[in-house]
Design a protein around this ligand. Sequence first.
Ligand code: UD1
Length: 340
Amino acid sequence: MAKIIVTGGTGYIGSHTATELINSGYEVIIVDNLSNSNINVLDGIKKITGIKPVFFKTNLADASETKGFFNHVADADALIHFAAYKAVGESVKHPLKYYRNNLNSLLNVLENMFEKGIKNLIFSSSCTVYGQAENLPVTELSPILKADSPYGNTKQISEEIIRDSIKASTQIKAISLRYFNPIGAHESAEIGELPTGEPNNLVPYITQTAAGIREQLKIFGNDYNTPDGTAIRDYIHVTDLAKAHTAALQRLLNLENKSNYEIFNIGTGEGNSVAEVVRTFEKVTGIKLNTKVVGRRPGDIEKIWADVSLAEKELKWKAEKSLGEALLSAWIREKKYRGI
Ligand code: UD1
């Protein structure tokens, strides 16, 4: 049974991926500093899989703490690196906090992987690296544009740090997955996005509005150059996204990778507008949302969706769940969490 370290494994995508890995027969070790997640997530994972993963509370941005952690897991076969801050707006206000956390943790992780001989890395990157692409859908060869936010820049720099480290040594192989917009929750509703404070992202805002916690969903702009005027994204069910990690991991462990550093888009290949998301949510739940169109959100791009043919061909992976299924799963999770 291969042993996989999941950094940020109590977070939103990390917990769904840990669950998927355990269900696929891997031994999972979670390391997280719980800065934006809850220890109870481990119980959720246990309810789904029957196994409570081994957990270390460690701040990976701290070099000596990280070294201490790796002394316990030197025999791991691979590491999936999710641990990072992810709020775009906050990163604009506190850039150094983002650079320090997201980059130091990657440097510490890489240095310790080299030292302990852990050979396989999967990195959680983002479609944000493409900015507003000229040609859609974006492929992995689409130009990387100057990042709009420190958060986005940490993803670009991280990809470069990994590329350079791998160029300098053949000891490690890596895959970066560029996620589009992950939404939804595990079908059991035992795990999901952690709702702390006012959500920034669209789907948690929608489910909290439906639950009566927020009065109104603001639609940021209806004057974009899109069919209905609202912005378009590629929304992917988080369990589909989790499965992309198992596929990438198998590729590395089975030595099927074509180069030591590979990059894949992970989305559905379809774009949906904010208005379509709202309409679909209303249709699958039967709940009418209180919405209001307001001005554009600074820093938002107009439209993006993924060309996923490379992931389909090489990882033999494809998103399977629909937007409606993803939105319904997010709502079921919200209800369970709130006891509604
Ligand atoms: C962005 C980043 C993504 C990052 C994520 C983390 C890009 C292209 N994407 O996603 O890489 O991982 O943040 O937070 O930079 N919206 C509303 N009302 C709301 C909330 C959102 O209308 O209350 C709209 C937004 O304007 C946008 C869409 O919904 O058009 C999706 O927004 P959101 O869920 O915040 O994700 P992104 O900004 O696309």
